[in-house]
Design a protein. Structure first.
Length: 482
């Protein structure tokens, strides 16, 4: 197999697609893009053409019995990649139906040859193959012969060719042997949501990320989000070396219970009931690190950043000043109508941009809600946890438990306790005084104090009090997690 580094690529201008294709389209090769009506084929092809125009390359777009060029262009005007100036010289729309209808395959091939010779395009688009096959009587032999001529023309001229076809490819199966890269677009309903996806079904002689990748089409055009599992799976797995250094939470009593603090570059789940202080305890962790030169990031799904800062200020944490100084950043993504690959990409981008050392993900259930396919959640969380370890980030993720009187402490994402190194538990005891408490349910690195300790949250901060001698049934047996 030819290495992808040895093949010349051209950029598509579509966020994420070049990553999936390890650099972009193969120069001088045949690319087949298939999908049902409305899946985004026309947007994808036009976005590639306009991007190439920005790079100084020309494109020829040949259409056969699809929407008129006027309607197609009008549909693109509202998208961010559209540039009126490109229509004057860089992008040339051509009617291919009449040459094919009047002169047959040879006339159509002659048209393409003339266009390539005169216009010298970097991109040639043929939209759509279904019409070509139908006009040839549905016969496979003349259809394949025409595709062979197109492939030969593209190879000789060094022109990158994009062929568009309807359906899932079954109606243009004869085009697959001639195609170097086959991209399938889909648009399907999952539950109450409609989801777009992209899959590279074939990548001859080159590499690509496998599986179905999320797609959105908005005012900017098409954007593709590579599968988190495949994207992070290509990175080296972090090696386990010397015992991890400790990262202080900033509460001396809790840090002593943790054996000096949380192990660096590990993932901690902080579980507790509603109003038990999870977010404030996590902000304590961020503020303590930021005051010592360790950039922090709060990434939440339910609390607006302004409200998080106000709550932190009420207990004396300098969160607003640290945020104004750029020592910590607060990002908020609503938990509804999100795509988990998009959410993770934004999260990792913010970590990389600010070289974050301490991260709080406030609300694991927000990630769960963004996972349209439930079976992907655990692989994504595993990949995310591994990537954050590789980047040396110490992470606290919060999760809300059910009723404290239940027999076990439940983490909302089943199996997550296997992926995380540490689990902390904070809640209020079901007594008239209702004191808060904190306990350590799990730590993989070194010994820790298993006792339960009283905790108060007031305008002078978070304070830990005496150890609580309480029956296990009163705290839901916190040492049993599931």
């Amino acid at each position: 197999m030819t290495s992808h580094d040895e093949r010349k690529r051209i950029g598509t201008g579509i966020d994420g697609l070049d990553t999936i294709l390890f650099g972009g389209l193969l120069r001088g090769s045949i690319h087949l893009i298939v999908g049902a009506s409305g899946s985004g084929k026309t947007v994808m092809a036009n976005q590639i053409c306009f991007h190439q125009a920005q790079q100084g390359a020309r494109s020829v777009y040949v259409s056969l019995l699809v929407e008129s060029h006027g309607r197609m262009v009008d549909g693109m005007r509202s998208l961010g990649f559209f540039d009126e100036r490109s229509l004057a010289d860089s992008i040339f729309y051509v009617d291919g139906y009449h040459p094919l209808a009047n002169d047959g395959p040879s006339g159509f091939a002659g048209l393409l040859e003339q266009l390539v010779r005169e216009r010298r395009p970097g991109i040639l688009v043929v939209d759509c193959l279904d019409t070509v096959k139908s006009m040839l009587g549905g016969s496979a032999i003349p259809f394949r012969a025409l595709l062979h001529e197109i492939a030969s023309l593209a190879s000789i001229a060094g022109c990158t060719t994009i062929l568009l076809g309807h359906g899932a490819g079954e109606r243009v199966d004869e085009a697959q042997p001639s195609s170097d890269i086959i991209i399938e677009l889909s648009h399907e309903r999952i539950g109450t949501r409609t989801v777009r996806q992209l899959e590279v079904r074939k990548s001859r002689g080159s590499l690509s990320f496998e599986g179905q990748h999320s797609v959105v089409i908005n005012s900017d055009g098409m954007q593709v989000f590579p599968r988190t599992e495949s994207l992070f799976g290509a990175a080296p797995v972090p090696e386990i070396g010397e015992p991890a250094a400790r990262v202080e939470v900033g509460l001396p009593e809790l840090d002593r219970m943790l054996g000096g603090g949380l192990p660096a570059a590990t993932n901690t789940v902080l579980v507790g009931g509603s109003g038990s202080g999870k977010t404030l305890l996590a902000m304590q962790f961020l503020c303590h690190g930021a005051a010592r030169g360790q950039p922090g990031l709060y990434f939440g799904f339910y609390e607006w950043p302004r409200r998080v800062l106000e709550s932190a200020e009420l207990i004396g944490l300098p969160a607003r000043r640290l945020a104004d100084d750029g020592a910590i950043e607060l990002l908020w993504r609503p938990s509804y109508e999100q795509l988990i690959d998009d959410v993770v990409a934004q999260l990792i981008g913010a970590v990389q941009r600010r070289r974050v050392q301490r991260l709080v993900i406030d609300g694991i259930s927000g990630l769960r809600a963004a996972a349209v396919q439930a079976e992907r959640l655990m692989p994504i969380l595993s990949a995310l946890a591994t990537e954050l370890r590789r980047m040396g980030v110490t992470v606290i993720m919060t999760d809300e438990t059910p009723d404290i009187r239940s027999s076990k402490v439940q983490i909302s994402v089943g199996g997550l306790s296997i992926l995380t190194e540490n689990i902390l538990y904070t809640d209020a005891l079901p007594t008239p005084e209702a004191p808060r408490f904190v306990a350590i349910l799990k730590m993989r690195n070194g010994p820790y104090d298993r006792r339960i300790r009283a905790m108060t949250i007031a305008n002078d901060g978070i304070k830990l009090g005496e150890f609580i001698d309480a029956p296990a049934t009163m705290i839901g047996e916190p040492w049993h997690s599931s």
